[in-house]
Structures are given as C-alpha cells and as structure tokens.
Design a protein around this ligand. Structure first.
Ligand SMILES: NC(=O)c1ccc[n+]([C@@H]2O[C@H](COP(=O)([O-])OP(=O)(O)OC[C@H]3O[C@@H](n4cnc5c(N)ncnc54)[C@H](O)[C@@H]3O)[C@@H](O)[C@H]2O)c1
Length: 422
C-alpha cells in the first residue's frame, strides 16, 4: 500500500490493471528507459518540486516514473476532464507512490479543484499540456511565481496561449515549448494523432471508413496525419483550410480542398484539428448529411460549436458510449463523438507509446535543462535546444537498430564553405 496520503482518484483497486498496462507501454519507450537509467544515477532533479498537468495515460505514467527516478518530487493532475485512465491513476498512486488528482468524467469545477490541488504542492517547475497550470498560477496563485524556475509546454494550443501571454508581457517565468521540438510535433502530432484519432473514431462508431467521405478541418501537423491515415483506410479525404500555403500543400498531396460549407454537404465524417474556435458552426450543420459523424482532435472542446448544435436539436440520444446523436427539426441526425473533446484520448487511449517516447524524452530533458542552469532563462517562450532534438533522434534510431551515415571531413569542410562552387 502507498505512503502517498494526498490524492484524488476513482478507485485504488484498479491499480493492478493500470500497472500491467503501464509496463506494457514501457516496452515501446526505449528513449525514456535510457533516460531513467542515466538520470537514476546522477539525479539532476533531486528535490525539485514539480506539478504536471497532463493526460493521465500509461505513457504519462512512464514519464512521471522517469522524473521521479531523476529525483523530482512530482504530483500530477489531468489536462482534460475526459482523458484520464482511472486504472493508470490508481497504479501511479499505489504502485509508484506518485500523487495524482484526476478522475475520468469530472465536472469543470472538479477539474479546476484538481489543478489547484496540484498547485498546492508548490512546484518550482510546471509541466503543462494546454497551459492550464501556468494560466492558473498567473490568475490566482501568484504567490508561487517567485520560486518558479520555469515550465514546459506539450501542445500547440498551449504554446499559442503562452506566446500570447509573453507578447502581452504577462508571462512571469520562462517556458520551454516542447511542442515545437522537431522530435515532438513531426512524430507525435502527425503520426500519433494520425493513428489515435482514427482509433478513437473507429472505437466510438465501428463505422467502415472505406468509401466514405472524410473531411479533415485544418491541415497542420495533426491534420496531415489524420488525412494520411484516413486515406490509407480507403476514405475519400477532403481538406478544408484557412491558410493558403497549407491549402496548397494539401492540394499537392492529392486531396480535394474546398470551403467547409461545400465539404459539409458531402461528408460522412468531419474531424477538426485546428486549435481554433467554432470552425464547425451552425451554417455547416444546417447543410450536413443525415448521419454525419463529428469529432474533434484539437486541444479544447470549442472547435465544434456544441451550444449551437444543442440549440438546433429537438432530441439528444446516446446510442453508444462515446456517441451523442442529435436529431434536428428536419429529421437529420448528427453524431458528436466524445462530447467534442479530443477524440483520440476520450474515445481511445491517446497516442501510441512509441511516439510519446520522443515527446516525453523532450519533457524530461527540458525539465533537467531548466533545473540545472546557472542562470534562469528570461520570461518568454523558449525553443527546445537543438542538441536535445538531435540527441533524442539519435537515441530513437539506436533503439530501432537503425544506423545512418556520417559526414566525412571533406564533406564537413564543403558544407561549411562559401568559396567552393562548380
Ligand atoms: N489530439 C491530440 O492528441 C493532439 C496532439 C497534438 C496536438 N493537438 C492539438 O491539435 C490542434 C492542432 O495542432 P497542430 O499541431 O496540427 O497545429 P497547426 O498549427 O500545425 O495546424 C492547425 C491548422 O489549422 C488551420 N486552421 C485554423 N483555423 C481554421 C479554420 N477555421 N478552418 C480550417 N483550418 C483552420 C491552420 O491554418 C493550421 O494549418 C491544437 O489544438 C493542438 O494543441 C492535439
């Protein structure tokens, strides 16, 4: 039984199941394993109080274990009310003695109570996925600011919020934008979201994708991955965008690109991945086909205008666990998955461990970077140091038994010279 006295989770009896799944995930996380071994020896985070606001998944559990092995005194809360895996929360508390404040399906008020419980730990380092910890510290826990060494941010939406804070000169401690590391967004956002968002849609509906029209709203890192995988499953993928470069890229990648109003009329599935608000709105719902499935893979549940859908509906019914079917006055039925929250985490298990291995290796190395510096960074959003990206790519290749060539001395000279030409 645990020595951890303060926590709020659903049921400690789920710990064994959570433990088995956490160990299973670890098999696909060789980079994190190597960091656990290295930092378990020199413990660079010894005594550092950390609070992490992350999706409570098997991969996050392994991240927390690595941080603890490195010496950190860490507590966790959830970064989304619907993404917590209750068995993982139980195992973290009982088997690994890491306090967790997270229960799947909490209300918004309870969600924020959990964030404040994690802040009561008085962290000097924060680890966010969506910037809720940093935002709450700045709004109502300013007493914590003076001791803060900094924070890390996992996702695009969080980085956007934090850059806006820095721009307004409101940010009171430094942040490292883990999302912007190449070993994060090129793999996690693209291949991770690509696979897991489809996993969520399929688990929620069990509808065949082959032959269906599948619209992806937003052709960023996540959207590219979702489009690529949906195409691979035989769907007719349509892309909608507001950025001309991304629209052009989608066109040359072979997808029809059109305004969402046109796409909405023909779509069997519409999935958002924009980080933006109300991208699927009333005007689109008015023209959707009967049975159209709506899902979101962006960070917040604001991408689909759910209040508008609620107002248009004459009946709401839940035919399956993660499906809300709204019947409109004209008889059309629109099916919203996972209450518009990130479908890959709310209706499936989130990203596969192999990609989270790299994202979370960035988190660990950036935490060590913030905690072991001689001088505190200034109060803005910083890039992940290039050496960290390079190191993670090398460790991942090594773990995959893939060797690559190295530059010869002559090539190094040539590539750094401006005098040599034809
Ligand atoms: N589900 C997950 O596990 C997961 C993983 C990583 C990131 N995310 C989240 O997914 C979202 C997207 O992340 P990303 O890294 O792909 O961002 P990105 O900035 O690379 O891409 C977003 C794209 O959406 C487009 N867009 C914005 N408003 C639009 C609109 N009204 N209509 C059509 N397109 C629009 C932008 O032009 C951009 O190309 C963010 O909220 C991010 O935090 C989720």
């Amino acid at each position: 039984m645990t020595n951890t006295t303060s926590f709020d989770i659903k049921n400690l009896a789920l710990a064994e199941q959570g433990h088995d799944r956490i160990e299973w995930a670890l098999r696909e996380m060789p980079v994190l394993r190597s960091l656990t071994e290295r930092f378990g020896k020199n413990r660079p985070l010894q005594g550092i109080r950390m609070s992490g606001c992350l999706h409570i998944t098997t991969e996050t559990a392994n991240l927390a274990r690595t941080l603890k092995a490195a010496g950190a005194d860490i507590v966790l809360c959830a970064s989304n009310p619907l993404s917590t895996q209750d068995d993982v929360a139980a195992a973290l508390v009982e088997r690994y003695e890491i306090p967790v404040y997270a229960i799947r399906g909490v209300t918004t008020a309870e969600y924020y109570q959990h964030i404040h419980a994690a802040l009561d730990h008085r962290p000097v380092l924060t680890m966010d996925d969506g910037a809720d910890l940093v935002s709450e510290i700045h709004k109502s826990r300013t007493d914590l600011v003076s001791n803060m060494l900094g924070g890390t941010e996992e996702t695009t939406t969080g980085v956007i919020r934090l850059r806006a804070m820095a721009q307004a000169e409101a940010l009171k401690f430094p942040i490292v934008a883990v999302n912007d590391a190449l070993t994060k967004h090129l793999f996690d956002n693209r291949y991770g979201t690509g696979q897991s968002a489809l996993d969520g849609v399929i688990r929620a509906t069990n509808i065949l994708l082959a032959g269906k029209t599948f619209t992806v709203v937003g052709y960023g890192w996540c959207g590219r991955g979702i489009a690529m995988r949906a195409k691979g499953m035989g769907a007719h993928v349509v892309v909608t965008e507001v950025d001309p470069l991304r629209a052009l890229e989608a066109t040359m990648d072979g997808y029809p690109v059109m305004p969402l109003r046109d796409a909405a009329m023909q779509s069997d599935f519409i999935i958002t991945a924009t980080g933006d608000r109300h991208v699927v709105d009333k005007e689109h719902m008015e023209v959707m086909k009967d049975g159209c499935v709506l899902a979101n893979s962006g960070h917040f549940n604001v991408e689909i205008n759910i209040p508008a859908l609620e107002a248009m509906a004459v009946r709401k019914h839940r035919p399956r666990a993660s499906v809300d079917e709204y019947t409109l006055a004209d008889g059309r039925r629109l099916c919203l998955l996972a209450e518009g929250r990130l479908v890959n985490l709310a209706a499936a298990e989130g990203h596969p461990s192999a990609v989270m291995d790299m994202s979370f290796a960035n988190q660990v190395l950036c935490a060590v970077y913030l905690a072991t510096r001689d001088h505190k960074l200034d109060n803005r959003v910083h890039k992940v140091p290039e050496e960290i990206d390079q190191e993670i790519a090398q460790l991942k290749l090594k773990a995959m038994n893939i060797e690559i060539d190295t530059l010869s001395a002559e090539q190094v000279r040539y590539l750094s010279s401006w005098q040599e030409g034809t």
